[in-house]
Design a protein around this ligand. Sequence first.
Ligand code: HEM
Length: 448
Amino acid sequence: MPRPQDAKTIPSYRILPKLLRDPLEAIEEIGRLSAGEIVRLGIGTFRPYLVTRPEHVQHVLNNAENYRREGLLWKPLSRLIGEPSGADPAWPLKKGTYKALFSGPNIASFTDDVARAIVEAVDDLGRRAVGRPVDAADEMTRLVYRAITQLLVGDKITLDEADDLGRVMATATTSSFRSRMLLPFTPFWLPLPGDRAFHRAVQAVDDLIFPIVRESRRGGADGGDIVSRLIRARDENGRGLDEQTIRDGAVALFVAATETSVTILTFLWMVLDARPDIAARLYEEIDQVVGTDHPARSHLSELRYAKMVTQEVLRLFSPGWMLPRTVVADDVIDGVRIRKGSIIVVSPYLTNRLPDVWPDPEVFDPERFAPGQSRDRFAFLTFGGGPHQCIGSFFFTIETQLIMAAMLSRYQPVIHGSPSIKPQLWLTLKPRERIQFLLRPRHAASNV
Ligand code: HEM
């Protein structure tokens, strides 16, 4: 057997200037230079490995004991959501609870409630946005919060509080992460730009969530929402979770479910604005399937093109553009030596654009997801893979089909100005500029 080789290093002078100027350009350049090989990146002393080929990614993500979801790069998040799953002793209990909440039958039982909440939120949006540009991130945050609040905290929160929660959570997830991600070795006692806004937002999140946890406890926690379920969860020794862990578990789900969904929905409206051919096919499908009804669970299986469009947006604008792991023990992947203690990065952004797997990768083409198409499971990485794979992907797809149907059966979203559709890399991938859109009623009666 040939001896394992060390990975080639892409030197810092090829990456760093671009990384500081525009991280997206840097990652694209890294993709070209690595050409699917396992490489190390000459960034700082920790020189992370990068893997992009589906079979290499599969090795890393499936082998979660050796490639742990923990370490320095997760630190900025811990004050908001607790420890990352790979380092959290309470994780098995939390994960079991999440899985029960997101199981197919449970989702089916609340889909019509989610659909109703979405229709009401779109009514509200119509009152603000017909003929008048509104901020896409704010509006999509409000919409997504309305869709998931019922499921996460039941009726323990008013609509106004749900809107507040959406706002403070958005501040918490955007304020200081960029500087903390770019300067991961800066100690937490040293203030960086955005830190104060972050701490204020986390305090506001605590002020909203802790009372819900305490109130649910007092009331017997018999609901189907995540807070009640976390309160009732017991390990094999009959031990439950403490208040902080329950709070972290609920907040982690809010964060996982919203940032990502808001980004995808914003890019969705941008794509439809830029591609009238795709929008026209979508309107046709929605008019045929939903017509003037309110969208409901019964429509989902027929909203096929809506699902294909969603998947193609997910491919090109994967909100998680990198998934870092810490290497526990030395390993060899495809003849390349991987050293313990180092960081290894899987990049959905690059894997979802590998030209030999996705021909013309930059072209937006929903037909890639037409029934009958097949490819390596680890070639589409937007929801990750292996034991830490996203548990919300099914819910997200349903939620997006319902949002599309509720919006597009009545309105045509029109992007204000001509913002670039090229994303930028933040903690997650995001639009480059502030995106605004307005709604144009498609039928006279929609002009609320
Ligand atoms: C566009 C929507 C979404 C995207 C792109 C997305 C993406 C991801 C990715 C890439 C991972 C794996 C992270 C890693 O391996 O390091 C993940 C994990 C996770 N996602 Fe999602 N997600 C989305 C929506 C949701 C929703 C709606 C929920 C739940 C309400 C959710 C809950 C979770 C949880 C709990 C995990 C952690 C799983 C673990 O560590 O075992 N996500 N998500």
